[in-house]
Design a protein around this ligand. Structure first.
Ligand code: DAH
Length: 340
């Protein structure tokens, strides 16, 4: 048995000198060391040996198996190295080939509008405020002069989390939150861009959308200040030739209240399909802050006055980029998003 083992050892070593490929090494491995390999067969026959010989032959067999495994592995490494070197010698790199292009994303049109609006308002001296998207009934309605059972709550029917906690229906709650954090200091001069939620869903309404709220409180603030700020904003956002007009309206948190239209950019105010032949497009709600809201915010309405406005970001973006369906903003269609 000893000679058998030695024979196997020298056979393998000899064969190894001739092999050139990884497959051949593998074949050798199977032939001698595999389940049915020659060395394995010899080991199986050990039972026939006299007991004293078993450990001696067993040890020898193990040594030979380990040694063969080692030389086979070395051979594998050698072959791999040779193959790699051959590859390197064959491959030439053409540095003049065009590189791999990385796809660069674009900013979402709503982000673009929000960023631009922030820049415009910061240029007018406004600071950026923030508030929670999950809001209490108190800030979302009550402190905005919308008591429980007020019919105007209907227009903003929303997602209730508990009877007193809602997904905010507008960014207006940030008005009272900002006043609370600043009172009694003036001026308060903030805008708040953010997400809001309502249960509408069609081509011009999405259950989640964005608004930008604005609030100014100071001594002697007048409606002409509101007009000046909004005209500056509209002309920077849409172009210096645009006009604005105020239409009387109603919001519980402003008195008087006005809806603001911008002159149609397509027909320049003459009337066309885009503006339903009126020459004007509605862009926001606004007004003078209601005395009750000033009180809720901790200010004395006999001493200070304020104006506020709230605009829908999607609407501004639709007008700015001529987009006719709000759902496009949220479908993540790359063909749409690439255009900005
Ligand atoms: N919060 C109102 C809405 O979502 C918009 C609004 C109107 C905001 C008038 C204001 C405002 O600040 O003064 O419909």
């Amino acid at each position: 048995m000893r000679t058998q083992l030695e024979k196997i050892k020298s056979e393998v070593k000899e064969a190894l000198n001739k092999v050139k490929s990884l497959e051949e090494v593998n074949e050798l491995k199977v032939k001698y060391l595999g389940k049915k390999g020659e060395l394995t067969q010899v080991l199986r026959g050990m039972g026939q040996l006299v007991p004293e010989e078993r450990p001696i032959i067993g040890q020898l067999a193990n040594e030979i198996r380990d040694e063969l495994n080692k030389v086979l592995d070395e051979q594998v490494k050698k072959i791999k190295k040779i193959e790699q070197e051959q590859k390197l010698n064959l491959e030439t790199i053409d540095v003049t080939l065009p590189g791999k292009q990385f796809l660069k994303g674009t900013k979402h049109p709503l982000s673009l509008v929000i960023e631009e609006a922030k820049q415009i308002f910061m240029g007018l001296g406004f600071q950026i405020a923030e508030g929670p998207e999950i809001e209490t009934d108190y800030y979302n309605f009550e402190a905005l002069n919308l008591p429980k059972d007020h019919p105007a709550r209907d227009m903003q029917d929303t997602f209730y989390i508990t009877s007193d906690v809602v997904l905010r229906t507008h960014t207006s709650p940030v008005q009272v939150r900002s006043m609370e954090s600043l009172t009694p200091e003036v001026p308060v001069k903030i805008i708040c861009p953010g997400k809001v939620y309502r249960k509408d869903d069609d081509a011009t309404h999405s259950p989640m959308f964005h608004q930008i709220e604005g609030l100014v409180i100071d001594m002697g603030i007048r409606m002409s200040d509101l007009k000046g700020v909004l005209l500056a904003f509209v002309q920077q956002m849409f172009g210096p030739d645009r006009k604005i007009r105020f239409r009387p309206s109603y919001f519980p948190f402003t008195e008087p209240s006005a809806e603001v239209d911008v002159s149609c950019g397509i027909c320049k105010g003459d009337g066309c399909k885009a503006c339903s032949y009126t020459g004007w497009l509605e862009i926001l709600g606004s007004g003078m802050v209601h005395p009750n809201v000033l009180k809720y915010g901790g200010y004395d309405p006999t001493k200070v006055k304020g104006f506020a406005f709230g605009m829908g970001v999607e609407r501004i973006a639709m007008l700015k980029y001529n987009i006719n369906d709000m759902r496009l903003f949220f479908e993540n269609d790359i063909r749409f998003l690439r255009q900005f």
